[in-house]
Design a protein around this ligand. Sequence first.
Ligand code: SF4
Length: 213
Amino acid sequence: MDTFHELRNTKLGPALVKALEARHFEAYYFADLPPAAEKVFSLIPQEHVVSWGGSMTAGAMDLYAEAAKRGYKLINRDAAKSPEEKVELMRQGLLCDTYLMGTNALSEDGQLVNVDGNGNRVAALCYGPRQVIIVTGINKAAKTLDDAIARARNWAAPLNVQRFAANKTPCNISGTCGDCKSAESICAQVVITRLCKPAGRIKVIIIGQDLGF
Ligand code: SF4
């Protein structure tokens, strides 16, 4: 990352933290991944059962393997041996203690925007787990709420869908959102988290890097 990006991030990151705190999120900014990962684990009591929704950023931080290494009890849908078991583990994940996830976008006034197909990730964000820890690159920041929604729908979703070769939605064919009503759509839910309630339940860790989509 060049000096000008780094310089901008040292200004924008703390401003995003303030905007999130004004909406009752707990929020932190780190320039680099290793201290951000340490912060994540400092927020998780050892007795917590940990689960997660798919996140490129959490993957880049190696959070899942590290959680296993640190001895947390995990609900790991990726270890499922059948689609049925995977669904069951996703259901169980909704009542874990700590849920790890990313966000598709974050407006400069501190609102989160997430698009989801099955809805398990946004369900956990809204209610269920005792706490949710969001890890996000600063590239997810958008100027306004409308910009954040546009980012999630027009940028993140058509990129995310590329991970599923069998998915035949318009974005996976053309590379751009066709505002589809397909049963395969990964955009069934568009969730705006306007406030964190109860206060502090959602922790947002912003990293001054380009991470994920
Ligand atoms: S085409 Fe459908 S699945 Fe693809 S990004 Fe648009 S709404 Fe989502």
